[in-house]
Design a protein around this ligand. Structure first.
Ligand code: ATP
Length: 742
């Protein structure tokens, strides 16, 4: 890394574009008083990001812009650009997250512009950047912002007059520890931000807490309700399944029963309609037959009787005849009565025959009549023996045969009567059975209609039960949702006990009431809100954790960096002291000088002991800040206090220290504005030697009136101010420079 060029445009007295090349290790700027040499030094301060207007001898940004003169107009802005050779890629830049930014330029150019309104622009290789970026960039090449490498006019002993803390900053800067300080500062800023975020997060969490608690309680309630829902669902599954099975069974049973009852009823109705209402005709034909048969028997008996009579008479006649024959035959004398009886007999027989339709009967009667007539005829023939015994006996036999025949017929008829009676009885008997049957059918019919009525009642109960079942499903659905239908999958084990169902039903009702009280509705919204709020809280808690982690992390980084700074600082101070003592001894021809690190206790609290004495007690964890104290001991002099040194001695001491610091950690360049002003000839030579020594590691830009110093420069610029009140720069030879400088 090397300083290449400085370009001024409208900056202070440099109204025109002015370019300084730094192509030699020591470049001197010479010129008369007020020509603008210090403006060049200030241009370097300016472009490197100097914020103190005082150190650039101005009050406002506008003071840095060319003010104009009688011949020249004032500038619209002041602009300075500095070019660095960056072929070794020494410049490093990191973004806010600490990641490196690609800075692959062979030449790094930094520009700063200031406008009349005080606006500043910082430009890195053509891109506008922030002051922070400039500071970080420069710190990476050991160009600190404390300006220890730019010693303005009359400022050489600034390090002597500064307080211990300021001195420490300068030394740290010179040691290149500024970059760590920046990092510490960045980390502290991050820490501050993180802590602010933590505060905000914990505030948000605190704000959320009551709502979250409320939601948690609601969730607990919901959880309980959910438990109840689960319990209800379990109860419902079994209960509804059993209920549905019961109803289904009941329906089946009822329908089978109904079918049975109805078909029996139909059958009975059919049976009843089969039994005739009027039973008088039952057996009518047989009874008529019975009557006629009985009549026939009567007639047969009558005939038999008559025949019996006849037979008796004939047998009487036979007796008489046999008696008469045994006695003397007697003459047959018929009395009128006898004739009349014969005639009547015939007459009656004819009457009887006339009443008959049956030819057989009529014939029988006609035969009787013939017999009567034959008998009378025989009586006539015999005249004495009118009726022969033989004829009588023949007749007797005939009649007896006839009677026999009649008796046979009678027997037949009697048998027929018996059979008829039996048949009629049987018929009558059967008629009585039908009545009984009719009665019992009617009784059964009555029973059946009662049973059917009962069945209808049960059917009504079942459909009422089904209605209730559907209602239950609807109510259950409102409470446990679609899970209600899962009862269908329930497997029933064992019998369905009515008592158990009643018990379950009670439990279900109790749960329903409880659930309705708990207000299970709106659970979804609460859950959603609870999820949102608790997710947010969890997010915040996680963020809090992350923030806590990054606080720890940052604190570790900070303490690590501080430790590093402390260590490097102590080691650096040691090295500086070595050089300081050497330079001091060269300049003063002896004596000693050193830097001492001071432990500056920030917080000290007075503590009173038992005797009331004040006891200074160090706070153990109170942060301490180290300062720097300068101790000098001049040769042959007892003076040790800085204040007691002469102007020249102060100047020499400052130079010794500045050069020592630059020697330990050489800055890329060092700007010295008339640091040599107070030196006598001998010291000027020593100063010149020291410049040459320093120039081996750092480029030197030296503003001087000192001839000795000029003689050490490889390149000389003369600054003059023309009649137009603008500074003019020209490259000059040593001899010219000596002239110009006067
Ligand atoms: P010395 O050798 O006495 O220290 P010098 O060469 O360092 O002098 P400077 O202090 O750099 O001189 O220059 C100061 C000059 O710059 C003054 O003449 C001053 O008027 C001029 N100057 C300062 N600011 C402006 C400005 N904004 N516009 C024009 N000229 C300015």
């Amino acid at each position: 890394m090397r300083l290449k060029t400085l370009e001024l445009n409208g900056f202070k007295s440099f109204s025109r574009k002015t370019v300084l090349e730094f192509s030699h290790p020591i470049v001197c700027v010479v010129g008369p008083n007020g020509s603008g040499k210090s403006n060049v030094v200030e241009a370097i301060r300016f472009v490197l990001g100097e914020q103190s207007m005082k150190s650039m001898r101005g009050k406002l940004g506008a003071d840095l812009i060319f003010k104009g003169s009688q011949k020249l107009p004032k500038g619209s802005r002041a602009s300075v650009t500095i070019y660095f050779d960056n072929q070794n890629k020494a410049f490093k830049l990191s973004n806010d997250a600490g990641e490196p930014v690609n800075l692959n330029f062979d030449t790094v150019s930094l520009s700063r512009e200031v406008y009349p309104d005080g606006l500043n622009k910082y430009i890195l290789n053509g891109s506008e950047v922030r002051l922070r970026d400039i500071n970080n960039l420069l710190a990476s090449v050991n160009i600190g912002s404390s300006g220890h490498h730019i010693i303005s006019q009359g400022e050489a002993d600034r390090i002597l007059s500064a307080n211990p803390k300021e001195r420490r900053e300068m030394v740290e800067d010179a040691l290149g520890l500024k970059i760590y300080q920046y990092r510490i500062r960045d980390s502290l800023r991050k820490l501050e931000k993180t802590e602010a975020n933590m505060k905000e997060v914990s505030m948000l969490r605190r704000e959320n807490a009551p709502h979250l608690n409320f939601l948690k309680k609601q969730m607990e309630k919901l959880e309980k309700a959910k438990e109840m829902q689960t319990e209800l669902a379990t109860l419902y599954r079994e209960y509804l399944k059993k209920e549905s099975v019961y109803l289904e069974n009941e329906k089946k049973i009822l329908s089978t029963e109904k079918e049975k009852l109805t078909s029996e009823n139909k059958k009975i109705s059919a049976q009843l309609s089969d039994i005739p209402e009027d039973n008088s005709k039952v057996g009518g034909e047989k009874i008529a037959e019975l009557r006629s048969t009985e009549e026939k028997i009567n007639e047969t008996r009558k005939l038999k009787n008559e025949m019996g009579h006849k037979l008796g008479r004939i047998e009487g006649m036979i007796e008489i005849e046999e008696e008469r024959q045994s006695q003397e035959p007697k003459a047959l004398i018929l009395s009128r009565e006898e004739v009349k009886s014969i005639l009547d007999e015939i007459n009656n027989s004819i009457d009887a025959a006339m009443g008959k339709e049956n030819i057989g009967e009529i014939r029988t009667i006609l035969q009787q009549i013939k017999l009567i007539l034959d008998k009378f005829n025989k009586k006539e023939e015999r005249q004495g023996d009118m009726f022969s015994l033989e004829a009588l006996k023949k007749n007797q036999k005939e009649i007896a045969d006839e009677i026999k025949k009649i008796e046979e017929g009678e027997l037949k008829l009697s048998k027929a009567v018996e059979a008829l009676k039996l048949a009629i009885n049987r018929e009558m008997e059967s008629l009585r059975d039908k009545e009984k049957e009719k009665f019992s059918l009617k009784v059964r019919q009555q029973e059946l209609s009662s049973a059917l009525e009962l069945l209808q009642m049960r059917e009504a109960n079942v459909s009422k039960g089904e209605e209730l079942f559907q209602n239950e499903i609807r109510e259950g659905q409102a409470l446990i949702g679609e899970a209600i239908v899962s009862y269908k999958e329930f497997q029933i084990e064992g019998k369905i006990e009515e008592a158990n169902q009643v018990e379950t039903r009670k439990k279900i009702e109790r749960l329903k009431i409880k659930l309705e009280d708990a207000g299970a509705g709106g659970g979804g919204e609460i859950l959603k809100e609870f999820r949102e709020v608790s997710e947010r809280d969890a997010f915040l808690a996680k963020e809090m954790g992350d923030l806590e982690k990054s606080v720890t992390n940052l604190e570790e980084i900070i303490s690590g960096l501080k430790e590093k700074v402390d260590q490097d600082f102590e080691a650096g101070v040691k090295k500086i002291n070595k050089e300081f003592a050497e330079f001091f001894s060269i300049l003063f021809g002896g004596g000693t000088a050193s830097l001492n690190i001071l432990e500056e206790r920030k917080r000290q609290e007075p503590i009173f002991d038992e005797e009331g004495e004040v006891e200074e007690k160090e706070e153990e964890d109170a942060p301490s800040e180290k300062g720097i104290e300068i101790k000098v001991s001049l040769p042959h002099k007892k003076v040790k206090e800085l204040q007691a040194l002469s102007g020249g001695e102060r100047s020499l001491t400052s130079i010794a220290l500045l050069f020592a610091m630059s020697q330990v950690n050489p800055p890329p360049f060092l700007v010295l504005d008339e640091t040599d002003a107070a030196l006598d000839e001998a010291n000027s030579r020593k100063y010149g030697d020291m410049l040459e020594k320093l120039s081996k590691h750092s480029q030197l830009i030296v503003v001087t009136h000192n001839r000795e110093t000029m003689s050490r420069a490889g390149m000389l610029y003369g600054v003059t101010i023309g009649p137009d009140s603008a500074s003019k720069l020209l490259s000059v030879r040593f001899e010219e420079a000596v002239v110009i400088a006067k």
